[in-house]
Structure formats: structure tokens, C-alpha cells
Design a protein around this ligand. Sequence first.
Ligand code: NAD
Length: 320
Amino acid sequence: MSGQTWRRALVTGGAGFVGSHLCGRLLAAGCDVVCLDNLATGSRGNVAELQQRAGFRFVRADATDPAAWRALPGRFDLVLHFACPASPVDYLRLPLETLEVGSTGTRHALERARADGARFVLASTSEVYGDPLEHPQRETYWGNVNPVGPRSVYDESKRFAEALVTAHRQAHGTDTAVVRIFNTYGPRMRTGDGRAVPAFISQALNGMPLTVAGDGSQTRSLCYVDDTVDGVLALAASGEPGPVNIGGGEEITMLDLARRIVEITGSSSRIRFVDRPVDDPGRRRPDTRLARERLGWQPSVDWTEGLKRTIGWFSRSVAA
Ligand code: NAD
């Protein structure tokens, strides 16, 4: 954590996939952690182990509810705002809630950070670049987003949240940062959440066909969750306002990903091509020069190793 230590952190969305890994890392570094989560897409299981440790507290509450914020006692020196449905299946099921947590939820989190004098980090996303016309995507690129397309509830929620963070910083001097996270994968992803990695792994482990969208030539740059958490905490520990891209360096096609998962699992599954979702981005790769130069961060887990670890976790969860 670049020598920075926090005494007490608040992680909204801490019972989700990325948030629970963040909570675990902060606790391991000696920081007390309050996890505020309404369990809309997260689970108690994700934090069950953390709840055995001193210094961790789970609060089931909605980040858009002002009473929930008032009920949180004490002062935080770090606020990580990660609450938000993040997979397409989730945000299409919860469209208004997704917009609400990006707007009202972000405002409450910012106000708390300002009141407490805390460092604030917004979990933004590569989706702010939409279906990008510039490749790879640099932080200076403004994006190509369809404001009324089905994905807009997520993309625009995050774009608005970024604007809110920027305005808060300018108007009140709040110590803010924005991290634009690219596709992250790892243990604790949910099988039915519609994202390619958990879908392919569970299909391969169950001997079902791997459903590849379109012709599978669309690319993503996968980042293992431990690397993403390192990047988020490096940004938190810096004075940088961002936005800063955090994501994997190696771009792979969805078809290659499916084949690799079949190979690692030793599955007999075949590939089945299905319709591609509307506005599905064709190419996605971050330019991470800023993170490297300003934060000294770069991903260290290559995707074969990361996939092995993730497949291992899924196999154990299926067996449990
Ligand atoms: P996730 O769905 O596993 O976690 C989100 C968490 O937020 C869940 O625990 C959910 O219950 C909680 N939540 C949602 N709405 C809430 C509300 N109103 N109040 C309180 N809690 C609420 O998703 P994730 O993949 O862990 O993503 C975490 C964050 O990182 C999100 O903000 C997401 O946009 C961002 N992000 C993730 C990725 C990725 O690849 N996983 C990429 C880019 C950005």
C-alpha cells in the first residue's frame, strides 16, 4: 500500500466480488473495515470468513438511504465506493437501482468522505468508454456511449458518478480519486452473472457447451482480482485524483478465452456460438501508462495463472 496506512475504512459494496477482496486486503494490513452492502448482488458468503476477524463489521444497508449513512458511527479515513450492480445481467435486472446508486449513493459517500476528511475512491469502469473508437483506451478518451441503449443505465451511472466526484473535488476540495476498472476476474464471481469467465468455467466444469457471443472475435483484457485490488489501493495511497485505468495488459478474444478454459479444465465441452448482446464493445484494452508512471502499478498475474486459480476456486465451490 505504498507505505500508506489507514485506521478505518468504509467499503460500500464490500460483500460483492471485488469489494470483498478489498475488505480482506485492508484487514490484513491492519485497517478496521466497515462493509456497507444491501446484498442486491453480493452475498454474506463473500464476507463470512472476514466476519470471523476482529476489525470487520458488516452493515446491511442501501447506499442510497441517507438514514443508513447517519447510522454509521465513527470517523473513516478511507471511503471506497464500490456499491453498484456490475454485470450486465444484474444491471439490466436493476436498471433504476443502478442509476440511483451511481447518483444518490455516490453523493452520500462523497458527503461522508468530506465530513470525515477521508480519502475517497470511486470504482468507475472501462464501460465509460462505451464501444470505443480509440484503441487502446487512454484516460483522455471521452468514449462512445449510447445514452439510450440497454447498457446506458450502467455506463451513464458511472459517467455521472465521475462528474459528481469531479464537482465535489472542485467545489469542496474533497480528497477524491476515480479508478476506471477494466474486466476483472477471480474467485467469488457468480456463475449466473452473465460475465464470460464464470459462465465459461461453469459450462466447462459441467460438460456443457461454452456459449461464445457472436463469432468470438471481440476482445477483452482480463485482470486478475489481486492485481486490480493492488491498483485500487495504490491509487488510494497516492494523492492522484485520476481517472486512472486499472486493467490487464494482454488482449484476448472471447473465443481464445473459451478454448483456454476448455484446455485448463480438461473438459470435453464444445463451443456454441450465440447472439451477441446489443452494444457489446468490439475491442477493449486499457492504456495503463498512467498507473505505471504515477502509481508504480502493473499487473503481475498472467491470464493462464489467473484462470487456473479461478478454476480451482470454482471447482472447490462446486464440490463443497
Ligand atoms: P458485484 O455485483 O459483485 O458487487 C457490487 C456490490 O454492491 C454487491 O455486493 C451489491 O450487493 C452491492 N450493492 C449494489 N447496490 C447497492 C446499494 N444501493 N447499496 C449498497 N450496496 C449495493 O460487482 P463487482 O464486480 O464486485 O463490482 C464492484 C464495483 O467495481 C462496481 O462498482 C463495479 O461497477 C466496479 N467494476 C467492476 C468491474 C469488474 O470487472 N468486476 C469492472 C469495472 C468496474
